[in-house]
Design a protein around this ligand. Structure first.
Ligand SMILES: [Zn+2]
Length: 151
């Protein structure tokens, strides 16, 4: 173990000759100086230096949040024609959904009737109402977009 205690501060760079036992530096200051000079090391400042507040302050200092406009960024403007096309598509999808539901309701009511004797005025009224709504949807399907265009 002779000589080991004299140069206990070995270089942190494994491929450096000063990283071998006995080849280190007597003081950490010398080691850090060596690593900075030889290896371009940018680690801690001089050992025991009381002035560590400088770098620390810089590290903990909060960065200003970068306010990008990414969130509010709007999609590239679509042409009016494309917008109308999409609007029309949405309307028609919604109307088709409604229509499908209404249709099933009518079919369900009819399916529940087994004979003419089962039919009563309530069914009559209900069916009329449903069919009217069914065709009202059709009106919207064909005319709804025209109001949009007229605007
Ligand atoms: Zn070294």
């Amino acid at each position: 173990m002779h000589g080991h205690g004299a140069r206990p501060n070995l270089c942190h760079y494994a491929d450096c000759e000063r990283s071998s036992p006995g080849q280190g530096f007597p003081r950490r200051y010398n080691l850090f100086d060596h690593m900075r000079r030889v290896h371009g090391w940018q680690g801690e400042k001089d050992e025991g230096s009381a002035d560590s507040s400088g770098s620390r302050k810089a590290r903990t200092q909060k960065r200003k949040p970068i306010t990008t406009s990414a969130k509010v960024e709007k999609k590239p403007k679509l042409s009016k024609a494309v917008q109308q096309q999409q609007q029309r598509e949405r309307q028609r999808n919604a109307l088709n959904k409604e229509w499908s539901t209404k249709k099933q309701s009518i079919a369900g009511l009819l399916a529940s009737l087994n004979s003419l004797g089962d039919m009563n005025e309530d069914h009559n009224a209900q069916l009329h109402k449903d069919i009217e709504e069914l065709f009202a949807l059709r009106e919207q399907y064909h005319s709804g977009i025209k109001e949009e265009l007229a605007d």
